[in-house]
Design a protein. Structure first.
Length: 173
């Protein structure tokens, strides 16, 4: 369980081990609410804040460190060897100015129509899951910007996905 802007690697690892992955809107409270709703055994956000319900429903970096060190010790592997067992994704983070004349809802409707053959999530802004990666657009709650995050197997592909969607936004204004 993580937020929509967290790495696809979390989903991949969860499913590889027979678990069910869920994503929530960005923000600790959103993740916690969804964790409770789906009975998640672990969750968090991409910044390293782990939420382990058996201890408490709050982000806790020390829990993440403890879980990692326990796993490292039990695996008997070096960190670099252990890292090679996980999916390798690259994320890019961009932003666009959100001007008063920008009708974000209209743009999101148009993008949903344009990318209707892709997996779409509108729980927190707009996330488009492509086979090659994903792009998540969401208005900032603290700044007059639109956050545009993208991830793929390479930073170049992720950057191209983000730039394509950002170009779409400017063309749809």
């Amino acid at each position: 369980m993580s937020n929509l802007s967290s790495s696809r690697a979390l989903r991949d690892v969860t499913q590889k081990h027979g678990g069910q992955y869920h994503a929530a809107a960005v923000g600790e409270v959103n993740v916690v609410e969804k964790m409770k709703a789906v009975g998640a055994v672990i969750g968090g956000e991409g910044n390293g804040g782990i939420i382990l319900p058996e201890l408490h429903y709050g982000r806790d970096a020390l829990v993440g460190i403890a879980l990692f060190l326990t796993h490292l010790a039990q695996s008997g592997k070096q960190i670099s060897t252990l890292r090679q067992t996980y999916p390798d994704y690259q994320m890019v983070k961009n932003k666009m100015e959100r001007t008063p004349d920008l009708d974000l809802e209209k743009i999101f409707v148009a993008l949903r129509a344009k990318y209707r053959n892709e997996q779409i999530n509108t729980e927190d802004g707009l996330k488009i899951d492509f086979e090659s990666g994903w792009v998540h657009l969401r208005p900032s709650n603290t700044e007059p910007i639109i956050r545009v995050y993208a991830e793929s197997t390479s930073a170049v592909i992720a950057d191209n996905l983000a730039r394509k969607i950002m170009q779409d936004v400017w063309e749809l204004r």
